[in-house]
Design a protein around this ligand. Sequence first.
Ligand code: ADP
Ligand code: MG
Ligand code: ZN
Length: 502
Amino acid sequence: MTVTDLLSYDDALAAYDPVMGLEVHVELGTATKMFCGCATEPGAEPNSQVCPTCLGLPGSLPVVNATAVESAVKIGLALNCEIAEWCRFARKNYFYPDMPKNFQTSQYDEPIAFNGYLDVQLEDGEVFRVHIERAHMEEDTGKSTHVGGATGRIHGATYSLLDYNRAGIPLIEIVTKPIEGAGERAPEVAKAYVAELRELIRALGVSEARMERGQMRCDVNLSLRPRGERAFGTRSETKNVNSLRSVERAARFEIQRHAAVLSSGGTIVQETRHFHEEDGSTTSGRVKEEAEDYRYFPEPDLVPVAPARDWVEELRGGLPELPRLRRGRLQEEWGISDHEMQSVLNAGAIDLIVATIEAGADAASARKWWMGELARHANEAGVELAEVAITPAQVARVSALVAAGDLNDKLARQVIEGVLAGEGDPDAVVERRGLKVVSDDSALGAAVDQAIADNAAIADKIRGGNLAAAGALIGAVMKLTRGQADARRVRELVLDKLGVQG
Ligand code: ADP
Ligand code: MG
Ligand code: ZN
């Protein structure tokens, strides 16, 4: 890989002002494809979910998927867009082996949604408004696998495999207007925007928007202009960036690369670029086609889409509470700081905590378990929090056992460990491992006597009125009972036996 000259981030920002454009593709979670009835189930045998239409065979005719249109309108409404009264599909003509029709059915100058915005919250709590140019419907291509080369790219490969199962899966492409005024926070804004958009898509229930599965991918357009200048510089377009972190890194890298080129008197070529996860760099792809190269023309085989106004209003009325507002409401209900809420969001814990509270836990303990013990476990296992093998109902049950005094925190952690290890529900783990808090005086009394006998000097201090020393005796009792004693009761018994008032 060639080494790219970079200017330091601070020097780049001192001289230049970044302008960004983000194009996000979202694969809709519809049961069937955009223009045919083929299934979209992931993981199927290659080329098993295809038909004459999505293979582009002569004489086949497309039909628009109504659910996909509904999803597109919902996304447009949630992004505060205007919804077209009438719009058409267009053919975007180019050749690529994974696109069997030799054109992609997309929308060109008549997108279904346009002129919107999305407010995103930055780490310091400030809200930044990103303006939306358009959201349009299109279809995905098939998938090529290039075999035999070192890089997985076509260059150097000995042969390629084509799977058309993905060809024709509905996509919504959401394009921002140029994002100006973010300054040194441009990479953070890019990441926050994609994160917010992902939350929104999930809240609408139109896609799982899992970036690691390619259900949501982002192209990062970036240009620099000298500070104080109005005219935009030439942009580069880093394609298919597949994680939130990568979106931020790609923007940052391109800022530093453009600045190095421009400050040494060079010019930026308009081109697509590839992002490399390993080191956060980008390398040159292909020189960008202009729109006219695609010979767009209206799709003659599809009728125009004309969403009825009352239907659009009905969809607007049915929109769920939007994620940023919901987060604000939950943060207030839970009584936590901006920073704590941000951590909950980053951990992917919001819905889990909500479900745990719905199952009967109080907010503080629901948050404590998910953000503590369980987050640590997910981290160690390298999985998402939601994939950890415990349900919100089980966490709520553990929390109820603690609240009732049947478990202390230490025992509760062991119960959780048991549930995660597949030993069954919390009650079953308590039963099997014998993990109940012992508060029965006859059982505890013997342990307290033993602890007093073992720690005569400490016992004398307590008798002499030094109540702070009681902690050491309680600790000794906990050890003797392997953590199962009810600490509050132990304290009472200790003081009682030593004849001092608590
Ligand atoms: P294309 O289809 O060629 O990628 P689009 O206009 O659909 O072009 O998308 C380009 C994206 O880049 C949009 O988000 C747009 O706002 C943004 N953009 C346009 N010009 C610039 C520029 N000079 N610098 C940064 N971003 C730009
Ligand atoms: Mg583009
Ligand atoms: Zn098909």
